[in-house]
Design a protein around this ligand. Sequence first.
Ligand code: BES
Ligand code: MN
Ligand code: ZN
Length: 497
Amino acid sequence: MDFSIKAFDTKNTIAAAKSGCIAVAVFENKKLSQEAKALDKGGEITAALKSGDLSGKAGSTLLLRDVSGAAASRVLLVGMGSDDAVSEKSFASAVGATLKAFASLGCQDAIIALPLADVKERDAAWAMRTIVIAAHESVFRTDTQKSKKDPAPAGVHKITLAAAANTESKTALAQATAIANGMNLTKELGNLSANVCTPTYLANTAKKLAKEFKFEVEVLERKQLEALKMGSFLSVTNGSEEPPKFIVLKHMGGKAKDAPVVLVGKGITFDTGGISIKAGPGMDEMKYDMCGAASVLGTFRAIGEMGLKLNVIGIVAACENMPSGRATKPGDIVTSMNGLTIEVLNTDAEGRLILCDALTYAERFNPAAVVDIATLTGACIVALGHHNSGLFTRTDAAHEKLAAELLDAGQNASDTAWRLPIGELYNEQLKSNFADLANIGTPGGASCTAAAFLENFTRKYTWAHLDIAGTAWKSGGAKGATGRPVPLLATFLINRT
Ligand code: BES
Ligand code: MN
Ligand code: ZN
């Protein structure tokens, strides 16, 4: 999908714009937006509304041809709901309906002239992001592994956004496009089958990104991980034939002395549960257990494309969690990189075992903040469903600030998170008779005990944990990765520049 911006004014009128189609807003009370009025010299739009063919409710559409006041071949009337305050939800559903209508048009190019600046509590940049991300979503295909590719989507491929042609709009469009491209990479990696998307494949993807966007990249192999004493991470790879990879990407877009933000992704390319093996039905979806890693790589693609003026380091701990004669057994005790010993009571609680060593490794960067992203617990889906990612931080002032930044970024990016607790009570659940820590808690609050486990390894810096078990992919008929939380992470980083 190809986007550009064009400003329409009294000289360069929207009525004179030549295009396959112009989408303009109308309202529930039969009022016309300014842009619709400008095309209604012949009264066709007013007449269409009067006829009752279009309700004006958010998400309703009506296609008119041969509108005498418009040079464009078609005018798409888009219902925007109430005219005194366009809600976020109304705008998003109007955008969805516009794109759906565009997909079945016989033309390739169209203009979107919706009221970008009129959404309640949001700005034009938000509206542009909403359009651009939804448009990329509407043409996204997962056919890499199909012998016959899905047919190329028909309809509109070139969209002109009617907006002021200033640097703000241009930046907003560039950022939105970068985020959409980052999401596409995250989705593509998530959807690939686990026999293709191995730790090695993730490492190669990181190397390709580094080449394209001039990141520094380093891939640590088993020998180096042993030398670093990452006994916890390595214990998860024991049952697998695939070599583990520990990937470090650096985008040094800020000043050399500025402390970096570090993103840490869980990259379990397949989670069988190990010896604590999972039940059969739906186990295929555990190919998505690397979506945290994929969101780090997707966010790097976005910040690379934006040339973000910030120092950002990405860490991906990647391996498989498999059962075998060499696999870690329930009750085994391992020593993590920071010296804490861990009793592995359940080999299916493996995400925290790889992340704890990655979080210890992050200390060497003297980070301004560390955010880890992980499909960590099924319990997070029970708590929050598929709407919000779980957000965990400590509660001192510095952490409250970081939490607020992440929540706000999620709100602005329509990729929301919701705060859940950690703290002493959850740490108590992780006591072991034989080691410093157990890797699972007593029953109840499994997302919180998982986060509390990680917290033990993050005491040297400001840290947040995002549990994306419910938001990273969809199950059922629409099975597929969502690209979340790339919008949240990219927006969080943009807001730090
Ligand atoms: N990758 C899973 C979490 C998961 C499960 C995410 C289903 C999305 C859907 C994780 O490694 C895991 O297995 N967690 C266990 C933890 C438990 C053993 C304490 C879980 O959630 O059951
Ligand atoms: Mn697991
Ligand atoms: Zn897992």
